[in-house]
Design a protein around this ligand. Structure first.
Ligand code: AMP
Length: 112
């Protein structure tokens, strides 16, 4: 079954998209934890960080390139931001399609 993020990629459910290219999409988190909270998602459906393969190395690089572009686009690059990726139960992962939380727009608190 397609992940909720694949449904966003396919425009089957709405989202507020801030960046897209052929490999990566980014949209506003529906439940923001900071003034800027974007989810950066590879279009390839990989369930967890544990499932990243050798062949995905370049794709993960594309994700980080996108993160830098989005941060600049949203005006948070200079002041700074945080990138978080949760994995499985202890990491608090809820959506099993890997994604990178881009958080910023204010000085963030401790990591946990
Ligand atoms: P995680 O706990 O790392 O799996 O994060 C999943 C994130 O997806 C949460 O921060 C949710 O608020 C967010 N989320 C779930 N459904 C949607 C949606 N339809 N549009 C935007 N963000 C979503």
């Amino acid at each position: 079954m397609a992940s909720i993020f694949t449904k966003i990629i396919n425009r089957e459910i709405p989202s507020d998209i801030v960046f897209e290219n052929d490999k990566v999409i980014a949209f506003k988190d529906i439940n923001p934890q900071a003034p800027v909270h974007i989810l950066v998602v590879p279009k390839k459906e990989i369930a967890t960080i544990n499932d990243i393969k050798e062949e995905d190395k370049e794709l993960i690089g594309e994700v980080y390139l996108a993160i830098g572009k989005i941060a600049a686009q949203l005006g948070i690059a200079e002041e700074g931001y945080r990138v978080i990726a949760n994995c499985n139960e202890y990491g608090g992962q809820e959506v099993f399609h890997i994604h990178f939380h881009l958080l910023g727009g204010e000085k963030l608190g401790p990591l946990v």
